[in-house]
Design a protein. Sequence first.
Length: 150
Amino acid sequence: MIFLKNYFVNTTEEVDVISVIHEVNYSVKDSKIPDGLVTVIVSDPGGAVTILEPLPDIVDQFKEALEIFPGEGMETLSRRKEPIPVAPRIKAAMLGKTVQIPLKEGKLVLGPREEVVLIDFENTGKRREFFVQVMGEAPTQPGGGRQQRR
């Protein structure tokens, strides 16, 4: 069984590190899948997703570490000859646009303080979409039968 849900977050004109753990947990609960794999996907360029303890000192040091990636201040042209900033896309590519987390007995297999965070590298401020996909066996009903989705 595959369950897919999309969400939106608003970003600012700075690098944003946004916890999306509540949306991920809501998707797990809504899917009714007890065991499987949860994938969080950021579809647009300049965004990434990772697992992090979102404590203020850790987030600040994380943002500082992101400054080592190349491309800051550089632009390239799209196929339609539109200027595109290079740095946000390099940073997003280095971190990754997806993260996968095992699901066991309806709970994400994460450390006690770890959360799924979305990182927005664009300096435009926008409404960014992300997806949560839950895959696994359909839950079983008492007596061994599979539950039917309506």
